[in-house]
Design a protein around this ligand. Structure first.
Ligand SMILES: NC(=O)c1ccc[n+]([C@@H]2O[C@H](COP(=O)([O-])OP(=O)(O)OC[C@H]3O[C@@H](n4cnc5c(N)ncnc54)[C@H](O)[C@@H]3O)[C@@H](O)[C@H]2O)c1
Length: 361
């Protein structure tokens, strides 16, 4: 299937310098991407490799059942793959001794899973981050990009004016174990790195990432584009938790990869935190409505809203436009179409655990 054209050019400054040409600064740079075997990390890895960087991925490669990691194709993305845990200080130290940049994206990256297993969340997201920061302090790099999440803002409070917009400097109120672990990682990064440490840092707060070849994890309630698409594809009702009025700022994984790569090199990003979102809210119901036409007979049902599932909000994008000189280029309608077309063209992507599950899974 041919790639769809991007709807807008991702340039925001007067020079019309393209993202690709800006990423030329990473040519021959040595970049370690923790969690580079996952959805975002594998996309980022491919982008960095395409820009001429020498990329090393450190990943446990066990976040998905069946061939989830294989679908992301990190082994085909031109990176050196080291299968290991970020809590292994020797391995992290060995990789950082030879690194110019680090993106720390490894995490137990699912809200529901972290609620069920706070012990694993703590080990991966807190202890793992601590080991990475200690090793960066010991083997300084030019910059570490800490991957955080919009979940640190907490529950959106819709007003008469509509859903809440999240600004980087507003008070943070995490409402899940996952969000709390991300907020801790942000603070610890600020406390351990920075000018006097010899390593710069930048923090990126992703909003709701989606895009082919994303496949949800069992027991997850995140990632509504694949969930709703897979349910419709299986002829099951699309479940709108809590009625589907929650909103998310849906940001395509290609856009996320670009923003993260730019966070490594943009001068203004040193010691800064930016949102990575589109600046537009989309409700769960709207997404279901975008998916439905591709699956004749698709139905929607209302199911209870799970604990830790925020009402949501959307990103203020002022700071990302100013500091990253970037804005998202893929609109939700286009991104959802890309996802559904990929799903329809890729029958092997349907996870066995989901196809075999009872219809109301
Ligand atoms: N997907 C989203 O909507 C979203 C939103 C906000 C933030 N994030 C953050 O983005 C990052 C990437 O998330 P993703 O969506 O690609 O999830 P993912 O689960 O696909 O990728 C995370 C990767 O980290 C690896 N990992 C987990 N624990 C590890 C450990 N202890 N040692 C080494 N590797 C380990 C996993 O194997 C996996 O490949 C995470 O930090 C996540 O918290 C994601």
């Amino acid at each position: 299937m041919p790639a769809l054209p991007r709807s807008t050019a991702t340039t925001t400054d007067a020079t019309e310098e393209t993202v690709r040409s800006r990423l030329d600064k990473l040519r021959d740079a040595r970049v370690v991407v923790t969690g580079g075997g996952g959805l975002v990390g594998s996309r980022l890895t491919r982008l960095l490799h395409g820009a001429g960087a020498a990329v090393t991925v450190l990943d446990r490669m066990d976040a998905y059942p069946e061939s989830g990691h294989e679908t992301f194709g990190v082994a085909r993305g031109g990176a050196r793959l080291v299968v290991g845990d970020v809590r292994d200080a020797d391995t992290v130290g060995r990789l950082l001794r030879e690194a110019d940049f680090v993106v720390h994206a490894a995490a137990y990256a699912d809200v529901a899973a972290c609620t069920r297993r706070p012990d694993i969340a703590f080990r991966a997201n807190v202890e793992g981050t601590q080991v990475v920061l200690e090793q960066v302090a010991r083997h300084p790099v030019r910059r570490l990009v800490m991957v955080s999440s919009a979940s640190v803002y907490g529950d959106g409070v819709p007003s008469a004016g509509g859903p809440q917009v999240f600004h980087e400097d507003q008070p943070l109120h995490p409402v899940s174990v996952y969000a709390n672990s991300k907020l801790w990682a942000e603070h610890q990064t600020r406390l351990m790195l920075g000018a006097s440490s010899g390593s710069e840092y930048a923090v990126v707060r992703y909003f709701s990432v989606y895009g082919e070849p994303q496949i949800p994890k069992p027991g997850s309630h995140s990632w509504m584009v694949p969930w709703l698409s897979l349910q419709a594809h299986l002829g099951r009702p699309m479940r709108l938790n809590g009625g589907g009025d929650q909103v998310r700022d849906l940001i395509h994984v290609d856009d996320v990869a670009e923003a993260t790569a730019l966070a490594l090199i943009e001068e203004g990003m040193a010691e800064q935190t930016v949102n990575v979102g589109t600046g537009r809210p989309t409700s769960v119901r709207e997404v279901a409505d975008l998916i439905a036409p591709y699956f004749p007979g698709a139905r929607q049902i209302v199911t209870p809203r799970p604990d830790g599932d925020p009402l949501g909000g959307y990103a203020s994008t002022e700071r990302s436009r100013e500091l990253l000189r970037w804005q998202a280029g893929i609109e939700v309608r286009e991104g959802v179409e890309r996802y559904v077309r990929w799903l329809l063209a890729t029958p092997e992507a349907m996870p066995r655990w989901l196809a075999d599950a009872a219809g109301d899974e």
